[in-house]
Design a protein around this ligand. Sequence first.
Ligand code: C2O
Ligand code: CU
Length: 489
Amino acid sequence: MLTRRQFAIGSVAMTSAGIIGRQVEEARATHFNTPLPIPRLVDAANQGNSVSLKIASGRHAFVKGKPVRTYGYSAPILGPVVRMRRGDEIEMMVENALDTVTTVHWHGLLVPGDCDGGPQQLIHPSDRWRPVLKIDQPAATLWFHPHPHHDTARQIYMGLTGMIIIDDGTDARLDLPRTFGTDDLPLILQDRSFASDGSIEYETDGLDIVYGARGDTVIVNGVIAPVAKVPPGLVRLRLLNAANAQNFVLRFSDQRTFHVIASDGGFLPAPVAITQLRLSPSERFEILVNFADANAVALETGPDEEMGIFGRLAPDGSADYVPVMRFETTTTTPLVKEMPTRLVQFSTASHASAVRRRQFIVNSGICMDRTQAGEHTAMVALTGINGRTFDPERIDVETSLGTSEVWEVVSAGMAHPFHIHGALFRILSIAGAPPPPHLAGWKDVVLVEDKVELLVAFNRPATREHPFMYHCHILEHEEAGLMGQYVCA
Ligand code: C2O
Ligand code: CU
C-alpha cells in the first residue's frame, strides 16, 4: 500500500506538474520573499456598526503569474478582519454573489441560534442576509466561514475564511501589542495541494474522506512562504488554523520560548511560556513573541502525529519540521517591550456546577467503536456521533439556558477536533488528567485524541428552527455526518 505522501508524489509525477511543483517548492523552501499579506481591517465602530460582506469568486495567484479561481469575502481570497466592540450591536450586510448556496457562521461568537449562520440559514445566490450581532463576550480572536451542509469543506478550501477580533478594552488596559498589521498580526494557517495549472479546485479521494483533505503546502494569509517584517520588540500573533483537516505543530526555527496569552474564547489568566504549540482545525491561540534580539527566524510546522505517515508535510515525506513563514525585524522602535505578568481574572472550572452529564462518541468509521467492543464483532463501524450521522430534522440534545453541563467526548479511532456552537467551555480533563495551562481557558474547540471532559456553559438561546451545531471540525468528517444539533431554552 502506498503512503499518502508516495501517493501524492506519484500523482504529481504522472501529470505534467513538474513546473508548478518546482515553483511551489522554491517559494516555500528557499525564498520567503513574498511580503505577508495583511487582510483589510474593518473596524465596525468606525463605520456606524454596519459591515458589508460580499461573497464572490475571485482570482488569486498562489504561484507567481498563475492566477486561479478562488472565493472570498469582499476580497479575491479570505476576507477582512472585522473588529467588534463588546456592547455594540453590529448589522452585517451579507450578499451572496456566488452561483451556489452558502451560509456565514460566526465561529466562536456568542449569539442566538437565529443569527449563528448554521446549515439551516441558507443564503441563496444573489440573496442577502442581514443579521444583527449583539456583541457580549470577552476579548477574543474568532472567525467566520460558510456552513452549508455538504459544501462547507469545498467553500472554505476555495478561500472563504475571515477573522473577527472582539475588543473589550483589555488590550489597552494591559498595554498589549495591538497595532494591527505592525505588532498585532493575523496569521491564517491552511494547507493546499496545487494542480498543474496552479489551481486548488477541491477534489476528494478515499483517503481524504477518511482522514480529511490535506495539502502538501502550507499557506499563510493565502500565500506560500511569506515573510513578515516586525518591530524588534513584542509581537502578537493571532493564530487561526483554518485548514480542513491538518493539525499544525508550530515552533520557531531557533526553538525560542514564546507566550500563549489567549485561546479560542479569550485571554488566559497569565501568559504561558511554551516552545511548541499544536493547533487543530478551527482552533485559535494568541501568542506573544519577543523579537528584541533582531534575529531572523522561521515559523515551522512539524509532522501531525495524529496522522502518522499521512500527516507529514516535509517534501521528502520525512518526519521533519518544514518552514511555514519567516520573520525579519525592522529598525523601528518597538511599540511594546514588556509583557504583563497577569492578564484577566479567572474562576476555576469544576464539575460541581454542572446540572447533568452527557457522553458523545465521535467515530469517523475507520475503527470499530471500542466502547462497544464486547457487543459487536470486530470492524463494526459506527460512523457518526453516538452512532448517528447528521440529520437536519433531528434535535439531538436539549439544554437549559443559563446552565452548565459536563460533556464527555470520546474519539474512536483517530483524533477529532470537537466544536460546539453558541457556547464556550472549559476543559476539565484530557485523558483523565487536568489540561495543560494553555488549554485551561475558555474554548470552543478541542482536539479529542482519547477522551475529554468539558464544562459547557449555555448562555444563548436556540430554537428547533435554528438549533446550534456541535461537530468534528475536520470538514470532511463534518460533511460525512459527524455533527449533531442542540436547542437551548
Ligand atoms: Cu467553525 Cu460549525 O464551525
Ligand atoms: Cu473527525
